[in-house]
Design a protein around this ligand. Structure first.
Ligand SMILES: Cc1ncc(COP(=O)(O)O)c(C=O)c1O
Length: 418
């Protein structure tokens, strides 16, 4: 029976409060010592199958790798602890996580989503979900519109907060309260902040999803996704689909991502400190039209950041509109020396990109601009390098892009060639 046939959705109480704090959980949750050798770090279990002592009686708790394996189980335990959830399930990518959740809806279901979702999520909603009869309505102001957008067939609300790439925030509790009155499930994509900065289940979400590829793994060398939740019924349904669809990560990727998660608190704090420093100098720059960063007091939803984010942190992601349009945005990305021009985010190294021409190119221009994704928007992922060096890099790139061409023109004019 599809999930959507069970209404209203119950949001059971969270797992009992863990005794330990985030950093301790990051290091220890899902990290048992090896029972045989005492190895402090779990071995990588590459076996695809597990012996049975009699028919239907596996020696341990695993039978076949797609259904479960030790490294995936440990990683899932770790993320459940960090998201303050009862359960977590890992997938082969963030996109596979999204697909599996959408696949759990019956044909004919309706979804309401924030407009400025990750481009791949938008593509899935409009080009794939529609093919199996699930319709998605996008809204740029979900807190205001939600009541009017809910229909009889609405089964799921999709939120990205902060959104990608405009860093708009959504008040999760405000949306969840309305959704739950009609038995509708709320999913929050928490990729941009990581579980260190925000725990959406604490604010009323039913499922939190991550592209593990980003902050959780944090070293730009694993593609993976995860969903965390509290409901036993969701566990049964999503675990069934995890196995039936088979979009699962390898044991090696689970091991690497688990290793990454052990330092998440250190990396997320440093990236957030750097994001704040870079956002502040951008905000003070005459070459910048506007800065989107939830750590700034000028951010239009700063109050939500103070309510939902740990210590009101802004995270490591920000975007800004540069003076000089699309060309200036593209030149800026080539002028930075520490920020590498590349897609993705959340790694130890800083990255820069132009969403309208790269990650969000698939969204029609008109829709993109309604969501604030203009051609001159530059997105930065601040890594964990020294913040002073990152600020200097952004400053020199702005000077090169916005000031240097004017000086060159001036000289040219002076030489009487104009
Ligand atoms: C916010 C967000 N959600 C989901 C995804 C998809 O994740 P993956 O690339 O792991 O499939 C991305 C990828 O960039 C993302 O930025």
């Amino acid at each position: 029976m599809p999930l959507s046939d069970h209404a209203p959705i119950e949001t059971p109480p969270r797992a009992p409060s863990p005794a330990h704090r985030f950093g301790t959980l990051a290091v220890h949750a899902g990290s048992p010592h090896d029972q045989v050798t005492g190895a402090v770090i779990e071995p990588i279990s590459l076996s695809t199958t597990f012996a049975q002592s009699a028919v239907g009686q596996p020696v341990g708790s695993h039978e076949y790798v797609r259904s479960s394996n030790p490294n995936r189980e440990n990683f899932e335990r770790s993320i459940a602890a960090l998201e303050r959830a009862k359960y977590a399930l890992a997938f082969s990518s963030g996109s596979a996580t999204t697909a599996t959740i959408l696949q759990s809806l019956a044909a004919g279901s309706h979804v309401v989503s924030v407009s400025d979702v990750y481009g791949g999520t938008h593509r899935y909603f409009t080009k794939v979900a529609s093919a199996h009869g699930v319709r998605v309505t996008f809204t740029p102001s979900i807190e205001l519109d939600i009541e009017g957008l809910i229909k009889e067939e609405t089964k799921l609300i999709w939120i990205e907060t902060p959104s990608n790439p405009t860093l708009s925030l959504v008040d999760i509790r405000a949306v969840a309260d309305v959704a739950h009155r009609s038995g509708i499930m709320v999913v929050v994509d928490n990729t941009f902040l990581s579980p260190y900065v925000q725990n959406p289940l604490d604010h009323g979400a039913d499922i939190v999803v991550h592209s593990v590829t980003k902050y959780i793994n944090g070293h730009s060398d694993v593609l993976m996704g995860v969903a965390a939740f509290n409901s036993d019924e969701l566990l049964t349904r999503l675990k069934f689909l995890q196995n039936a669809i088979g979009a699962v990560p390898s044991a090696f990727d689970c091991w690497l991502a688990h290793r990454g998660a052990k330092t998440l608190h250190l990396r997320a704090r440093e990236a957030s400190k750097n994001g704040q420093m870079v956002a502040e100098i951008l905000e003070g720059s005459p070459h910048v039209v506007a800065v989107n960063y939830p750590g700034l007091s000028s951010h239009k939803q700063r109050k939500i950041a103070l309510k939902q984010h740990r210590d009101g942190l802004g995270g490591g992601m920000l975007s800004f509109r540069i003076k000089g349009g699309k060309e200036a945005a593209e030149r800026f990305c080539q002028a930075t020396q520490l920020f590498t021009l590349a897609e993705s985010l959340g790694g130890v190294e800083s990255l820069v990109e132009v969403p309208a021409s790269m990650t969000h190119m698939g969204i029609p221009k008109e829709q993109r601009e309604i969501a604030g994704v203009f051609d001159d928007l530059v997105r930065l992922s601040c890594g964990i390098e020294d913040g002073v060096d990152l600020v200097a890099d952004v400053r020199q790139a702005l000077e090169k892009v916005v000031v240097a061409p004017k000086i060159t023109n001036g000289l040219a004019n002076g030489n009487g060639t104009a």
